[in-house]
Design a protein around this ligand. Structure first.
Ligand SMILES: [Zn+2]
Length: 293
């Protein structure tokens, strides 16, 4: 597409530059052959060639400027022109390594035994539990984006707090066993993960709540302004809604409009652009509705 434009600009610039000495020469000759005039006449009629010369120089300079800008702009494009559509690099992070920002854990994909994130910290956002509680911690790699998300939601008058972040394997075991006692194993498996299968153990998953506790861990959270905003905007900060509506057969859990998973802005934006497929779909993993065996 740029070929003909380039040729035109080169031709235009060169012709303008070539005209410049010709017009200057013509003007000089005219001045020399011109009979003497009164100062008034001379100044009036001699302005036109000067204006023309300036315009020619100006047009030439613009041509040269376009030529330079065009060549600067074009260089990096040539390097990527091999692939018509720039493919998202799905291999830039591991989805198997428990410590990877892209790790995918579900009922078919347990984390490494005893996996603990390298650095766990309290994010600087409202906490829905005691500061020293284990589940008020998150992986340090997500705090900047998490804090920015909560801050920008606040600027829109929305109040978002951390309901639950990191959970160790033993903590998750306690929660899960408790649910099994209350609801039976089959029902508990629909909303609670067995130890080593919870995203919370990675420190990369957060359950958001409102500080007043309205609709905490309930589907109606999606209808609160905070829930609506998170579902619409969390991806801009690198968080995805991990358990979407009608994906239980793939992700293994019911709709959880409060549970968000940090995957980084690049992947979150790509998933958003592709119509929000689940991580399992995006990475061509088999659906994980249940545990094996
Ligand atoms: Zn959760």
């Amino acid at each position: 597409m740029r070929g003909p434009l380039n040729l035109y600009i080169i031709f235009h610039s060169l012709s303008m530059l070539m005209l410049l000495p010709v017009s200057a020469q013509t003007y000089t000759l005219r001045l020399m052959s011109r009979p003497a005039k009164t100062p008034k006449q001379s100044s009036k009629s001699s302005k036109l060639p000067i204006v023309v010369a300036i315009l020619i120089v100006f047009a030439g300079l613009i041509g040269v400027w376009f030529l330079i800008m065009n060549s600067i702009e074009e260089e990096p494009k040539e390097q990527t022109s091999d692939s018509e559509i720039e493919e998202f690099d799905r291999s830039q992070h591991s989805i198997d390594d428990s410590s990877s920002i892209w790790v995918i854990t579900n009922k078919q994909r347990p984390l490494q035994p005893g996996y603990t994130p390298e650095e766990l910290v309290n994010p600087d956002i409202p906490l829905y539990g005691p500061r020293d509680a284990e589940n008020m911690l998150v992986d340090a790699r997500i705090t900047n984006d998490l804090e920015q998300l909560v801050r920008e939601a606040e600027e829109e008058g929305l109040n978002i707090a951390l309901g639950s972040g990191y959970r160790s394997e033993s903590y998750q075991r306690g929660i899960y066993n408790n649910y099994v006692e209350q609801h039976g194993e089959e029902e508990a498996d629909r909303f609670s993960a067995r130890p080593r299968h919870s995203e919370h153990q990675t420190g990369l998953a957060v359950d958001f709540v409102r500080p007043d506790g309205e609709c905490s861990f309930q589907a109606c959270f999606a209808d609160l302004p905070e829930g609506e905003w998170l579902i619409e905007n969390a991806y801009r900060y690198g968080f995805i809604l991990r358990y979407q509506e009608n994906t239980e057969d793939i992700v293994g859990y019911q709709y959880e409009p409060w549970h968000f998973r940090y995957v980084g802005r690049e992947l979150a934006e790509e998933l958003h652009a592709q119509g929000k497929p689940t991580l399992e779909e995006f990475f061509d993993l088999s659906p994980a509705p249940d545990y094996e065996g």
